[in-house]
Design a protein around this ligand. Structure first.
Ligand SMILES: [Zn+2]
Length: 73
């Protein structure tokens, strides 16, 4: 994730993409500790200043499903 700079909460985590929203630029990532985070990518190709990219941490599968279903566009 190019947008995550050293001051961002996810910097230094290993993560892999689990799911992407078909309607916007939010992508759910699985982190090293197996928690999940939904990140609103900016696709600017450079490091953003926190709080960007906007990040929502989620504990588990159900919370992830709800976040993907109910976020606003
Ligand atoms: Zn969306």
């Amino acid at each position: 994730m190019l947008e995550v700079g050293p001051a961002h909460e996810l910097f230094g985590n290993g993560f892999r993409a689990l799911a992407a929203c078909a309607g916007c630029d939010r992508v759910v990532f699985m982190l090293d500790d197996e928690s999940r985070a939904m990140v609103h990518l900016t696709w600017t190709g450079h490091v953003e200043s926190p709080p960007w990219p906007e990040t929502v941490r989620m504990g588990g599968f159900i919370a992830t499903e709800i976040a993907m279903d109910q976020h606003e566009h």
